[in-house]
Write a protein that binds this ligand. Structure first.
Ligand SMILES: *Cc1c(COP(=O)(O)O)cnc(C)c1O
Length: 420
């Protein structure tokens, strides 16, 4: 074992962190926070300090850390086998999980589960399926995806091509397929006839755009978009990587507007936030568009080495069992109401279920980061989006923990914004 100080030295010498400016990270006076233990909503650092997990470990955690049911499920699976290929083989955890997921989604349209291992590839699978479907089913001119301004659908080149946030686009190019970005639903009707005839699918984060800074769509927008897609016979891809699994107060955000898409992409909360696993759910119509003899070349030739990992599927099954046994959704309305009450007076406050956000209007663009840093001293971990501050706790959070989180956020805000 290395002493803690040696570990942070080694981190600065050998690691490269995601979305992290590494020069200040590696500066001599920066002490990286190393998280060593978790229990429910609490996390402990290398010095023994405790924090509440105010962003559910980047929006993934659902039932809390170290949940005995998920731990036991992973351990039990580990005693059998950890991972086997899903290319040309199958296994019970994935079969059972596929069945549970298609049963969980309202209606009977979504019948097929395609597993990958993260949100970006769940989106990429949907995009590739949509493009290939039209190409080999009589509408090859449909080569275009429509996405929305300020959308975020992941970081791989294919998923980033759909993104509407310049910061996350890297080089700013689009990467190999045609994307039209529109600001709103109305803008779809302003597209030229030619453009409209080329749309393979429209992709959206339903109800709320996450990485854009928790931007809410107007109520009814999703329903109207679904109707628009139906009239044009283009596919609707819903990115529920952030909103899936109870985050918005319902199991899936699309339930709020009674929409069932052609593709439903799920990842972050699928395993309760324990292991990387993702799924793209789609319809029998799409699935049948890929059938044929191998020599016809209609197969979906795409997949990842850890697709449908046995451990991940076991964790996901346990997470769904907790939803049922602990009646997780039934308990959310009181928590959602409390979060709203306690934060309602904060600037630009908005909320979508268990996602609460506020934005400080300041010329100092690092104010959000300063507030989050100050919040650590009050026992709260969260991550800003610019000057937007977000509380998005695991769904198992207690009312008392919600109060402590909001109090910590307010104390940090006051410290950072108080006149010197
Ligand atoms: C996080 C996220 C993704 C990307 O998921 P990864 O697992 O990080 O690749 C895609 N879409 C939305 C809405 C997300 O929040």
């Amino acid at each position: 074992m290395f002493p803690v100080t040696d570990l942070t030295t080694l981190d600065k010498r050998h690691l490269w962190h995601p979305f992290t400016p590494m020069q200040p990270w590696c500066a001599a006076d920066h002490v990286p926070l190393m998280l060593v233990e978790g229990s429910a909503c609490a996390l402990k650092d290398q010095f023994g300090n405790e924090y509440l997990d105010g962003n559910a470990s980047i929006w993934t955690n659902i039932h809390g850390h170290n949940h005995p049911v998920i731990n036991a499920a992973i351990t039990e699976q580990l005693g059998k086998v950890a991972h086997t290929s899903f290319l040309g083989f199958t296994h019970e955890p994935a079969i059972r999980l596929a069945k549970e997921l298609v049963d969980l989604v309202p209606g009977d349209k979504l019948t097929r589960a395609f597993f990958t291992d993260n949100g970006s590839t769940a989106i990429e699978s949907a995009v590739r399926m949509a493009l290939q479907y039209w190409k080999q089913n009589g509408r090859p001119q449909r080569d275009t995806l429509v996405a929305f301004d300020r959308a975020y659908h992941g970081d791989t080149l294919g998923a980033a091509s759909l993104g509407g946030i310049p910061l996350f686009k890297g080089s700013g190019n689009d990467f190999g397929y045609r994307v039209i970005t529109v600001p709103s639903l109305d803008a779809l009707d302003l597209l030229t006839v030619d453009d409209r005839s080329r749309i393979a699918a429209v992709v959206i984060e339903p109800l709320i755009q996450g990485a854009a800074g928790m931007r809410l769509w107007p109520q009814g927008m999703l329903k109207a978009l679904d109707a628009w897609c139906a009239t044009q016979d283009v596919f609707l891809i819903l990115d529920e990587v952030m909103t899936g699994f109870g985050r918005t107060g319902r199991m899936f955000a699309c339930e709020h507007e009674s929409v069932v898409p052609d593709f439903l992409c799920l990842a972050k909360g699928l395993t309760g936030g324990y292991l990387p696993l993702a799924v793209t759910l789609t319809s029998e119509r799409v699935f049948e568009g890929f059938l044929g003899e191998p020599h016809e070349g209609r197969t979906f030739f795409y997949g990842h080495s850890y697709a449908g990992s046995q451990l991940g599927c076991a964790a996901a099954l346990a997470s769904l069992r907790i939803f049922r046994e602990e009646r997780v959704l039934e308990q959310l309305s009181a928590k959602i109401a409390r979060l709203g009450e306690l934060m309602a007076d904060l600037p630009a406050f908005r909320q979508c279920g268990m996602i609460a956000a506020m934005t400080v209007d300041s010329p100092d663009l690092s104010l959000g980061a300063k507030v989050c840093l100050a919040a650590r001293n009050h026992g709260l971990l969260t991550r800003p989006i610019g000057n937007t501050l977000v509380l998005m706790p695991p769904l198992c959070v207690t009312l008392e923990e919600i109060e402590r989180m909001v109090a910590a956020l307010r104390a940090a805000l006051n410290e950072v914004t108080a006149p010197q």
